[in-house]
Design a protein around this ligand. Sequence first.
Ligand code: DGY
Length: 320
Amino acid sequence: MKIYVTRKIPDELLIPLQDKGFEVTMWNEEEIVVPREELLKNVSEADGLLCMLTDTIDKEILEAGKNLKVIGNIAVGFNNIDVEEARKRGIIVTNTPDVLTEATADTTFLLLLSAARNYTESTQILRQGNWGPWSLLQMTGQDLNKSTLGIIGLGRIGEAVVRRAQGFGMNILYYNRSRKEHIEKELNINYDSFENVLKKSDFVCLLVPYSPQLHHMIGSRELKMMKETAVLINTARGGLVDEEALYNALKNKEIYAAGLDVFEREPVSKDHPLLNLSNFEALPHIGSATVNTRMTMGKLAVKNVLNVLVGEKPATPVWK
Ligand code: DGY
């Protein structure tokens, strides 16, 4: 059996595959996405593929993968893979849910607090020697305590964000495609429509998996529904937010601030217009980036590929 790994990952992660006598080939670059031609060439011989959210696994790649039986995406999101096409071809697609929930909820809160309290602007004022004498309304932001947090997409990460928010004394509203009444009771949170969550919340967190139907689910119409004091956070996928509309809303102070860990096109250049705004916080897609979480994601993806290739059930297939 042959396995292709689309990015350099620690050798120790590959040991379970090598112990089974599988032949593992790896694109040996950490910071360069595997070129399309290289991916096509290698996938044509592979039984298993370990890939990243930066690899577009579309029909052409799946067609080239004549022997391909399993794809282990090292991410919870799998919008980089044409899952329907894979299913038609009997190729099992797996992802890495659960293991990154807490780390991603932490990052969501990191952005939420930073955007609420003008972290980047304040720290720049200090570092650039522009810190004037303490005054009453200097560098003031928004309270979390007693505010309303609106969660769009109540999955595992949404629930983990709720638990953190309750520790900060926030009230929680949520919108989800399907209402989750048992979780409402358990977590003491309230369901409302998408529009009402936008209108009533002081903080809105996007935590839905991306699909083309949800492209730009937050555009100028939705931003106009939000409070002037509201903060928007996105730690899901960049395509959910229309960045031009967000830029205009932030510049014209239609909302208070925003924090993004994900962008429509990644990596973003330093000239991205949003980066010039003082009411904007940015992170470079590091939602799950703790050593422990990323290694656990790697191990889970390897286990999924291994299981399928030895004829067992994968631990976390994207469909059951
Ligand atoms: C994912 O897993 O989908 C994140 O975006 C990266 O951890």
